[in-house]
Write a protein that binds this ligand. Sequence first.
Ligand code: UD1
Ligand code: M6R
Length: 371
Amino acid sequence: NKGNYEHYMQKEIHEQPESLTTTMRGRLIRGGSSKSKTVLLGGLKDHLKTIRRSRRIVFIGCGTSYNAALAARPILEELSGIPVTMEVASDLLDRQGPIYREDTAVFVSQSGETADTLHALEYALENGALCVGITNTVGSAIARNTHCGVHINAGCEIGVASTKAYTSQIVVMAMLALAIGDDTSSSLGRRESIIDGLFDLPNKVREVLKLDQEMKDLAKLLIAEQSLLVFGRGYNYATALEGALKVKEVALMHSEGIIAGEMKHGPLALVDENLPIVVIATHDACFSKQQSVIQQLHARKGRLIVMCSKGDSAAVCPGGSCRVIEVPQVEDCLQPVINVVPLQLLAYHLTVLRGYNVDQPRNLAKSVTTQ
Ligand code: UD1
Ligand code: M6R
């Protein structure tokens, strides 16, 4: 049921304040006296000690689920102190890459049925790793075959383009980081700020959704383009990849997510006055580096669309020479949840304006059950 919406993708983008609320329901605990703020992931509580003892955490997934894990990687590294590595499921299988008994392998999948992810799970089980699932679908193959896990509870997702599952996956992995780090007193203040940020996140998503019309206007400007680059770094490298994936998947426009630190190692050669470039430059520890990226793109007359925190327009775009998307600022590790929303809206409007099928892009299936 699409309710008042024209497409499932549109509905699923707009219901993110509610889906995120459901994802967190009963899992964030604020109040009590001694241990005031904490998280409770019922599916993991008996396994946290084993996870904390592991030598490495390996995230495994495909497409948007991989990107969600990439977005959560920095906070997991920070709060757990355990090395975190990333694997595209098919690539792990192609290489028969090393997975050890001392590893915690985390399988991220909305459907819980993706063939590559499922085969990678079988492979990790054979190699003796502790296998953790992060899935949206209760009773799915990945939920059944992992040792333990967390359901993201985002509600059924129908659009082939994953939107609300992405933001819920990031939130669950941030909660996973909080749960693993729960025994470390030095990070208490940081963890409490993140928990406060999580409580407020649905409101902030509601706020960023107000950019809908602005993104439609931007889509009108970009309707006939051949290509769109998206630059991000740090917490928002994943946002660049995910924004580009949405644009190519539904709007059928070539788009590439680029890690900004690699700009001078190739991508800069593409920059001219015609190619549109989105630069994600919201306020975090990488901000000044992103400012200098913007200056260098500007010096090459790049057509810039800069995403920044509210009030930072002048700091990212001196002289008003670029188009600016201002988004609400949240705790740095939760910012990817906010920043992806305007890009989801942009991909959606581009698709409608270009006249393509929103909910069932050509050649794609919601759940990729063959290899
Ligand atoms: C569970 C109930 C929820 C109830 C809550 C009350 C289910 C599905 N969930 O939620 O309805 O409101 O208790 O405390 O009945 N698991 C995996 N792999 C995965 C995902 C989950 O093995 O990929 C396992 C978990 O380890 C856990 C079980 O499935 O044993 C349920 O997980 P989850 O729904 O996340 O647990 P709760 O949030 O505690
Ligand atoms: O169900 P899964 O999360 O395992 O699916 C993984 C990918 O097939 C999926 O995210 C795909 O990239 C989406 N269509 C992206 O929107």
